[in-house]
Design a protein around this ligand. Structure first.
Ligand code: FDA
Length: 403
């Protein structure tokens, strides 16, 4: 049989964060790497990330900041390639950055600096990148020595002994997201945890939306919780429901049922309302609420008094029980989303290639030597705040050391 026309050791499909990182890591080991992407430019999501400044890691990264059916899986990769490891490379390339909040590191300038760094590392490591390259199918010849994967594309057929799936999840289809990694994983018998939108605004049925819609644009400190998982960050009311960091965070844990929203985290709302009733009985409830809540929200949440039509409600008009019920609503508001804004608005995809079918050391498929899956395609989803890129870097590094 004739030799394949394009002899590479490693083919990586997907030139995003994980694919680029994996490519130069393997290239630095002397592996001949081919990196393929159907997009016209590599790293499109890097460029739009972090509002154009790329929140490229989080200095507080640890395994508890990731969602997965198998929460222990990410430990090894995160330990083998850490946030300080990535920061060292950023420093080496003299990219200026700053900590914004909660350990989140952003470029001082454009996210393009991170992409340029990854591309420069690929160039130094001798990686071949082919863009605008549509993938038709992938075949595997287990009988060859060593076994070979061949990838048929719009630019020819390429073969290699290692194949890395780095095509990410389903978020933001207009940026070129596809189900490719899941499809190929299934083709090779790997299980896939049903992908769903993560870090995504939540939507609500009309009964709640009637309250939320007029509050569109209001944002406040909050604590959003599902069971023992809770996030103390800001919530934003929108014309479709709720968004803001607290909601995006909890959305990755939500599949059905209520979330609990505390609009006054760290405050004793009952004690506050009862004290104000004693101290300022003639004050309108909405005025009292405006002391602790944005004014529009205070107006919307103040319950009507018996003679609300003739005058504004005073706090003294309201029985203590009503004030206690209001305090409960403000601090433990149980609201059930009817959905999310979907993959079009989701910053990440939760679920993905089942980690039980991958090695935590190398990200190689247990049953298919030479097949690897990294980055967002895998069922490991970070919190908001640089964790998803850190997972891309860490998982890609491990695969790049082994592929
Ligand atoms: P990624 O999606 O980056 O790359 C996949 C690549 O595969 C793409 O280049 C795509 O074109 C290619 N591809 C897909 N299907 C293909 C096919 N069929 N054939 C060939 N190529 C194919 N995270 C974070 O930590 N900090 C942040 O600041 C942000 N900000 C942010 C903003 C926005 C708007 C979004 C949508 C997402 C973020 N994220 C983020 C998340 C972060 O961007 C994401 O987790 C990583 O980019 C995942 O890296 P991957 O390499 O796995 O996928």
């Amino acid at each position: 049989m004739s030799q394949p026309p394009n002899p590479y050791d490693v083919i990586i499909i997907g030139a995003g964060a994980a694919g680029l990182m994996c490519a130069f890591t393997a290239g630095q080991r002397g592996r001949r790497v081919l990196l393929l992407d159907h997009a016209a430019e590599a790293g499109a999501k890097i460029l739009i990330s972090g509002g154009g400044r790329c929140n490229f890691t989080n200095i507080g990264t640890n395994p508890t900041c990731f969602w997965s059916e198998n929460p222990q899986f990410c430990r090894t990769a995160l330990r083998r390639y850490t946030a300080p490891d990535f920061i060292a490379m950023v420093d080496h390339h003299a990219i200026a950055y700053h900590e914004k909040t909660l350990g989140q590191l952003f470029c001082d300038g454009s996210a393009r600096a991170i992409l340029n760094m990854l591309l420069a590392e690929c160039q130094t490591a001798g990686v071949t990148i082919r863009l605008n390259c549509r993938i038709a199918d992938v075949a595997h010849t287990a009988a060859a020595q060593p076994a070979k994967f061949s990838v048929r594309t719009s630019q020819g057929t390429f073969a290699a002994e290692s194949l890395v799936l780095a095509t990410g999840g389903l978020s933001i289809p207009k940026l070129g997201a596809t189900s490719f990694a899941y499809d190929i994983a299934r083709q090779f018998g790997l299980r896939v945890i049903t992908p769903r939108p993560g870090l995504v605004p939540l939507t609500f049925a009309e009964d709640l939306l009637a309250l939320m819609r007029p509050l569109s644009g209001v944002s406040l400190d909050s604590d959003a919780a599902i069971g023992r998982n809770h996030f103390r960050e800001r919530t934003l009311f929108t014309h479709r429901g709720l968004s803001g960091p607290a909601i995006l965070q909890i959305s990755s844990a939500w599949q059905s049922g209520p979330i609990t929203l505390n609009l006054l985290p760290g405050q004793d709302a009952t004690a506050f309302l009862l004290a104000r009733k004693r101290e300022r009985p003639k004050a309108e409830l909405r005025t009292i609420l405006s002391e602790i809540l944005p004014q529009r929200l205070a107006q919307a949440l103040a319950p009507p008094t018996p003679d609300a039509e003739t005058r504004e409600p005073n706090i003294a008009d309201l029985p203590d029980k009503t004030l206690r019920d209001l305090a409960t609503r403000l601090t433990a508001w149980q609201i059930t989303p009817n959905g999310t804004e979907g993959f079009a608005k989701a910053e990440v995809t939760a679920g993905g290639i089942d980690t039980r079918d991958l090695s935590p050391n190398t990200l190689q498929a247990n049953a298919i030597p030479g097949l690897f899956a990294i980055g967002e395609a895998v069922d490991v989803t970070g919190w908001l705040g640089g964790y998803n890129f850190q997972w891309a870097w860490s998982s890609a590094h491990c695969a790049g050391r082994a592929a």
